[in-house]
Write a protein that binds this ligand. Structure first.
Ligand code: ACO
Length: 356
């Protein structure tokens, strides 16, 4: 059996912040409402493309693993906010990484995309088809935001995270996984004005919009993620007490707390960083993995449960066995170009367009 050991991890956090107070100058909202209902204090606005965010996160993960791009067999990019659809965004990341021997593919399962991609790449390593892969979650969710709507404008942010997995005889990496999709509720979460269903010759395509039935998504997210975790525990023949770290998708602090309660996991085992970034969709889990290592929550040989839920409604849960290494082989200097604008300045043009 070839296991798919995680040997590298990296993230890319764009520098420009948009605080709740900044947002209250754009829509009718306030810091207290956003914090108490969502747990979010600020989010990041990217000054670069999704491909650039993905490239920096992936390069950091490659450096952490101590390998070069030309050793990689597969670049899988989980995103629902690609830089370009044709050619796919993963192909530009492959080029940027100099991973010229790698297959390159985008995966869209919305917020569950990273766990879907990790499952897919791990299965290819398990089957002996490939030896090394980089799996990235990268999003510019704020590109979709309608800045005249307070319900969605407060929730989302931009960012990227990545892991490198390599074939290994050591029993480590993604060891059990469950993915699925509840299509009966496909309509309760979606993005408008995007895709070939639009008759672009009939009427001009206006700004896109993130539409969702918040309470329905909330309930289904908690139920779906908790059930998927139970399924994965059973597959792995583990009890919840065996799990050292829970890394949930970061969509709302109250959703995280509800899953935590359902699974009876104590606070000290749960990774939470939504306060800093909001919901970065497919990027929340790889960013959270990186920060859990940086903060010492993930330690040598930690047993990790991760769960996600997103538009579709897709869902996924993964049991990951970390290896003994928790420090990078090489400190990466991959970074974004400087940004001389604030978050508010970066969204200014979109705000004006959405209000007209
Ligand atoms: N600022 C101030 N007030 C607001 C805001 C805001 N940004 N947004 C809504 N309100 C108001 C509403 O107008 C409503 O006012 P009313 O009582 O006078 O009618 C009141 O606050 C309560 O609104 P609800 O929508 O009922 O608030 P709720 O507690 O359900 O929280 C939220 C809304 C945060 C969206 C929550 O339902 C949620 O997190 N849902 C799931 C997350 C989600 O759908 N995310 C989309 C991505 S999907 C994913 O990542 C899995």
């Amino acid at each position: 059996m070839n296991y798919a050991k995680i040997t590298g991890w990296g993230k890319c956090i764009p520098p420009a912040k948009l605080s709740n107070d900044d947002l209250s100058t754009v829509v009718d909202t306030n810091d207290e409402w956003i914090k108490t209902r969502t747990g979010i204090s600020e989010r990041r606005i990217s000054h670069v493309s999704t491909a650039e965010l993905a490239t920096v996160a992936a390069q950091q993960a490659l450096d952490c693993a101590g390998i070069n791009g030309d050793e990689i067999d597969l670049v899988l990019l989980a995103t629902c906010s690609p830089s370009t659809l044709v050619a796919n965004t993963a192909s530009l990341v492959q080029k940027n990484l100099n991973a010229t021997g790698a297959a390159a593919c985008d995966v869209n399962a919305a917020c569950s995309g990273f766990l879907y991609a990790l499952q897919n790449a791990t299965a290819q390593i398990n089957a002996g088809m490939i030896k090394k892969a980089v799996i990235i979650g990268a999003e510019r969710m704020t590109w979709y935001v309608n800045w005249s709507k307070r319900d969605s404008a407060v929730l989302f942010g931009d960012g990227a995270g990545a892991v490198v997995i390599e074939a290994s005889e050591e029993k480590s990496g993604l060891l059990a996984s469950k993915t699925g999709c509840d299509t009966s509720n496909r309509d309760i979460l979606h993005i408008t004005n995007f895709g070939t269903d639009i008759n672009k010759y009939d009427q001009p395509v206006g700004p896109s919009d993130l539409l969702f039935e918040g309470r329905e998504v909330f309930k289904r997210a908690v139920k779906g993620m908790a059930e998927a975790c139970d399924d994965v525990l059973e597959q792995a023949n583990l009890a919840l007490d065996d799990i050292n770290v829970l890394i949930p998708h970061q969509a709302n602090l109250r959703i995280i707390q509800a899953i935590q309660q359902k699974l009876s996991v104590s606070d000290d085992k749960v990774m939470v960083n939504i306060q800093n970034y909001g919901n970065t969709s497919a990027a929340t889990i790889p960013i959270a993995i990186c920060e859990a290592v940086e903060q010492g929550l993930i330690q040598s040989n930690s047993k990790i449960m991760s769960a996600a839920f997103g538009a579709g409604l897709t869902w996924a849960a993964s049991y990951i066995q970390w290896s003994d290494r928790i420090t990078p082989i090489k400190i990466s200097n991959a970074t974004l170009p400087d940004c001389d604008k604030t978050g508010l300045e970066l969204i200014n043009q979109a705000v004006l367009a959405c209000k007209n």
